[in-house]
Ligand binder design. Structure first.
Ligand code: RTP
Length: 148
């Protein structure tokens, strides 16, 4: 079953959106497979966002991610990478539809509350980076009340 890496960024934690965000993924029917509440250092944040290192906003992005604790999660389910991105909404909250997390809770692109892997391959890499110890061995993903 497909998995994705989801991170509630420091602004999401400070604004008390953790329960709301987890609830949206749970209520959709996805399965929580890994969760930790941590603060990461600069080197780790730079590794996570290595693909963006040439961007002008890179330093500000790293400062933002290391500014406070975050919630790192692994979610599992059919098409969870693509559907997770839909639940999250467009990168810039100015373009995120109402009903999405960013559309409902964010205004600035540099305070957009949440991250979700953009492809199955990047999800695999991000899960390995954030959960080197591995994740829980359980699955409710084949619940017949969710999957036909
Ligand atoms: P994320 O990785 O956080 O899920 O976001 P994304 O794929 O939707 O967007 P990406 O292009 O990978 O950018 C990563 C994060 O960098 C910040 N950003 N700031 N100031 C800017 O122009 C700018 N552009 C991107 C956002 O926090 C974005 O989520």
């Amino acid at each position: 079953m497909e998995q994705t890496f989801i991170m509630i960024k420091p602004d999401g934690v400070q604004r008390g959106l953790v329960g709301e965000i987890i609830g949206r993924f749970e209520k959709k029917g996805f399965t929580l497979k890994g969760l930790k509440f941590i603060t990461v250092d600069r080197a780790f944040a730079e590794r996570h966002y290595a693909d963006l290192s040439a961007k002008p906003f890179f330093n500000g992005l790293v400062e933002y991610i290391i500014s406070g604790p975050i919630v790192a999660m692994v979610w599992e389910g059919k098409n969870v990478v693509t559907t997770g991105r839909k639940i999250i909404g467009a990168t810039n909250p100015a373009d995120s539809a109402p009903g999405t997390i960013r559309g409902d809770y964010a205004i600035d692109i540099g305070r957009n509350v949440i991250h979700g892997s953009d492809a199955v391959e990047s999800a695999r890499k991000e899960i390995a980076l954030w959960f080197p110890e591995g994740i829980a061995e359980w699955s409710s993903s084949l619940n017949p009340w969710i999957y036909e």
